[in-house]
Design a protein. Structure first.
Length: 428
């Protein structure tokens, strides 16, 4: 029996036109596990304020900016309700983003959350918040606990690394917010940004989050739109080095920490389909509404009129938004990516990376400037996948449980198997 399983594994790894038989089979497997049809069911991003009290050196946001008026909140909620019906969503997911969403104040955020509950019922909506947490107080915490809001924040590692990039005092104020959120029973996860100065200190960054028991995702500092010479922008090779080394650290400490961005890359390289927007055809995946009532394909574009899909005042349908000039430009880019990357074995779970990164970068607006980094990390993960598949322990485990549905059908024992099974259980 074990010899037969080993043969199955070897056959599944045979390359056909840059994609393995395994990739094709597991793309269907991924859909069977309930991965969303993103083009049909967009998630919503509400941006209550474009202002932010922090002054991070590399941020694409601004210290100044408008906040949503109550009437814009109501229009936005009506828009969410209408589009969710058009796209047949039984449960909607919304993220409060910025700028800094807490700048909008208790009244506006309460209006948003209570409006969602009134329209969708207590079990009909999920809400996340991305905030530096400087303005977090007991009233906000009680409100977020009432609505089961997931909290995300930004920290780049220990204090000396974070403050060097985000400004003196940033670390202390954000950690104070994390502590307060935890006291109210709220879960907090982090996004860490690698710059040239911090990427070489990847171990300090990883050890910090491990010690603090904070989950964290990693992203490179990308150039700001219209500012291609940013000194904080991380070269792709340095990002790849930091990611590969952090991945190995993560594997060694997988029972003590969670790194969702690496989980997503592991999922993509194993199943042939990515669960995250960076490596997906993201057109229609998100609809972001800014304080002016503009509708954008992502919060990173909010306030940038040339990238607007439409506006609340026009009461557009979802189909109309997907036929707007910027939507057609995104679709054209995706077509060009498939041509430019036709020979890449990682195409189906990379798809040229992030459109914002591509348009802000220097690769003619087609591929994400970090394509080289993604390719190296995916290569590294694929090698680990192949090694684990052929291990004696894994072959025996596959033979013992050939029809299990809690992970990859050809990965049953080993570190990557554990990460994939955890992703299935948690829905990440």
């Amino acid at each position: 029996m074990r010899q037969g399983i080993s043969s199955r594994i070897s056959e599944a790894l045979a390359e056909t036109k840059g994609q393995t038989t395994l990739d094709k089979a597991q793309s269907a497997q991924s859909r069977a596990h309930g991965r969303p049809e993103r083009l049909a069911r967009p998630q919503f991003m509400l941006v209550p304020s474009l202002a932010c009290p922090a002054n991070c050196a590399y941020c694409f946001s601004s210290r100044d900016g408008p906040s949503m008026a109550p009437e814009v909140v109501d229009e936005a909620l009506e828009f969410v309700s209408r589009v969710s019906k058009e796209t047949h969503q039984e449960k909607i997911r919304a993220t409060l983003h910025g700028g800094e969403p807490l700048v909008a104040g208790h009244g506006i955020l309460r209006r948003i959350l209570e409006g969602l509950r009134a329209r969708f019922g207590s079990g009909g909506y999920e809400v996340a918040l991305q905030s530096n947490l400087w303005l977090l107080d007991d009233e906000f915490c009680e409100l977020f606990a009432e609505h089961n809001v997931e909290i995300g924040t930004s920290l780049d590692g220990p204090e000396h690394i974070t403050d060097a990039q985000r400004g003196e005092g940033y670390f202390e104020r954000t950690m104070r917010g994390i502590k307060l959120a935890r006291e109210h029973g709220l879960h907090v996860g982090c996004i860490a940004t690698f710059t040239p100065a911090s990427a070489v200190r990847w171990r300090e960054v990883a050890e910090f989050f491990l010690a603090q028991r904070l989950s964290f995702s990693l992203q490179p500092c990308v150039v700001r739109m219209g500012d291609p010479d940013s000194s904080y922008s991380l070269p792709p090779g340095e990002f790849a080095d930091a990611l590969v080394r952090t991945f190995e650290f993560y594997i060694a400490h997988r029972h003590e920490m969670i790194v969702p961005s690496l989980d997503a890359m592991c999922w993509g390289a194993s199943f042939g389909e990515s669960p995250v927007c960076t490596f997906s055809n993201c057109l229609g995946m998100f609809l972001a509404v800014d304080p002016h009532g503009g509708i954008y394909p992502c919060e990173r574009f909010c306030g940038m009129t040339p990238y607007r899909l439409g506006s609340l005042s026009g009461r557009p349908t979802f189909a109309e938004l997907l036929n707007s000039p910027i939507a057609r430009r995104m679709a054209e880019r995706q077509s060009r990516v498939r041509q430019a990357c036709a020979g890449c074995e990682h195409l189906d779970y990379c798809l040229g990376g992030c459109p914002y990164n591509a348009w802000a970068g220097t690769l003619a607006g087609v591929k994400d400037p970090y394509c080289e980094a993604y390719h190296r990390v995916f290569d590294h993960i694929r090698r680990r996948v192949v090694q684990e598949m052929h291990s004696k322990e894994n072959v025996a485990a596959v033979a013992q449980r050939p029809f299990a549905q809690d992970g990859h059908p050809l990965l049953r024992s080993g570190p990557l198997s554990e990460l994939l099974q955890r992703s299935v259980r948690t829905g990440r």
